[in-house]
Design a protein around this ligand. Structure first.
Ligand SMILES: [Zn+2]
Length: 476
């Protein structure tokens, strides 16, 4: 909930980060209990309003009215879920209902009122109701229940004073908290702030998620790692599906235990895949914003390709287009640009990658990554040409950028993405992990009590490993 701020206070924006929880089995049970209780609150409201509807009464959708019903129900109805947690679910219901009503009033008949019950519903806690101390988060629970102190896997990337809410969520059988905070806008030293008159065009693409053409240089971000991740994920899930195909239950039948394990694991892998791609898209957007800041670019003109997505371009290309999600690329760039005080303008990108920026000749189907014009013999990177054309379409008076003389910087998105193996390269190998300055997990417990024995066992280990690594002599 945004708080009231003084009119002369510096401008802030709200951002949310997802932080995973490191829980003990008992804490995990309690967290899932809270989420299930959230589902109970949600289902109760749905049923309550369904009964009212059958009686011909108006549904109760107002947040305050719903809170009164909750109070009337008395304590102890929803397990360990505190009143604040239950109220946040009522707020979620009220918001969903009001948003739908508004959209339907505007003539959108595809908007539906909340009507589906859910097993797990996230509960949100606003500032003052929870306490966050370093990596330890204490969530409020129902009166009488023991305190719930959870450990975060990383520090929250925001100033503690700006944190406004935390939301407990589960995705792919993992537990997270979504931490929302007020983030102040970037400030610059005098003379280094972005200049709105310096305009750069940004072209979104499948091969290169972002290509930027500015007055003093171009930036091309490679999406190779993203495409590799999508391709590997597809191959992997196909193979997994083939392996369990004969165990698949027929319609209406309950699956076997192994089948349920397969389904659960699939959810985990899908979630990991989505997380990895989304992280890579954010890194790509970060590279564009850093480049723009270094070049003092104050306006990014962004070609919006979303109008061109409906076309059927063949099986393979359709899949690539579906995996691309330009909407997320646009929102990632917009969000980061807003914090960096850079304006983003969306324009129609139709025809920008097949027109010569110098002589406006249409080159119907440019092949490969290099654009060459048959009329004026311009040769340049195809996506930079697209970006230069987009810059020229700015509604604030486009700038003409000649892509031939531009110094092009190349960046990669998704350095964390695994290449040939499926292992996350950022993960520290098992033997090299350190916690509190000591190797973790502890290899030999005896070393704590008897240093002599530990040295001996180390020497033995070294000897054994030398023996293993020695090349074996050919026999005979
Ligand atoms: Zn030309």
């Amino acid at each position: 909930m945004p708080r009231q701020r003084a009119t002369d206070a510096p401008k802030v924006v709200h951002r949310t980060a997802r932080v995973a929880l490191r829980t003990t089995p008992a804490q995990r049970r309690r967290c899932f209990g809270l989420l299930r209780s959230g589902g109970d609150v949600w289902a109760t409201v749905l049923e309550f309003n369904e009964i009212r509807r059958q009686r011909g009464e108006y549904p109760v959708v107002n947040y305050q009215a719903l809170c009164r019903e909750l109070t009337a129900a008395g304590p102890g109805c929803f397990g360990e879920l505190s009143t604040t947690g239950a109220r946040s679910i009522l707020r979620r219901y009220a918001d969903a209902w009001v948003t739908t009503a508004k959209r339907r009033r505007q003539g959108d008949s595809s908007a539906h009122y909340p009507r589906r019950k859910k097993g797990l519903v996230p509960s949100r806690y606003y500032a003052g109701r929870f306490s966050l101390c370093g990596r330890h988060l204490t969530l409020p629970v129902a009166r009488g229940a023991p305190a719930l102190v959870l450990r975060l896997t990383r520090s929250v990337p925001y100033e503690a004073s700006g944190i406004r809410s935390v939301t407990l969520v589960a995705e792919g059988s993992r537990l997270y908290v979504d931490v929302s905070a007020e983030v102040p806008l970037d400030s610059y030293p005098k003379g280094q702030e972005p200049d709105p008159a310096r305009i750069a065009g940004v072209d979104l693409g499948i091969i290169h998620p972002y290509a930027l053409a500015g007055p003093d240089g171009a930036l091309v971000v490679s999406g190779r790692a993203l495409r590799a991740e999508s391709r590997l994920h597809l191959a992997e899930s196909k193979a997994r599906r083939r392996a369990v195909a004969r165990r698949a239950p027929s319609r209406g039948q309950r699956g076997s235990r192994r089948w349920r394990h397969y389904r659960a694991r699939t959810k985990v892998l899908e979630a990991r895949h989505r997380r990895r791609l989304s992280q890579a898209r954010h890194e790509a957007a970060r590279a564009v914003i850093e480049h723009a800041q270094a070049q003092r670019i104050g306006t990014l003109v962004l070609g919006d390709p979303r109008g061109l997505l409906g076309r059927d371009a063949g099986r393979r290309q359709n899949l690539a287009t579906r995996n691309w999600v330009p909407g997320q690329l646009i929102s990632a760039l917009k969000d980061k640009a807003e914090v960096a005080n850079i304006a983003v303008v969306l324009v129609d990108e139709r025809g920008t990658s097949s027109t010569c920026p110098r002589c406006a000749t249409r080159v119907p189907k440019p092949k490969g990554r290099c654009f060459s014009c048959p009329t004026c013999l311009l040769r340049a990177h195809r996506d930079v040409v697209g970006a230069a054309n987009i810059a020229a379409r700015s509604p604030r008076g486009g700038t003409v950028i000649d892509p031939t003389g531009l110094v092009t910087t190349h960046r990669r998105a998704g350095r964390h993405l695994p290449g040939r193996t499926r292992r996350d390269p950022r993960r520290v190998a098992l033997g090299n992990r350190v916690r509190d300055g000591r190797p973790w997990p502890a290899v030999a417990r005896q070393s704590d009590v008897d240093p002599g024995a530990a040295q001996e066992s180390l020497a033995l280990d070294a000897k054994a490993s030398r023996a293993r690594n020695r090349p074996s002599l050919p026999k005979g």
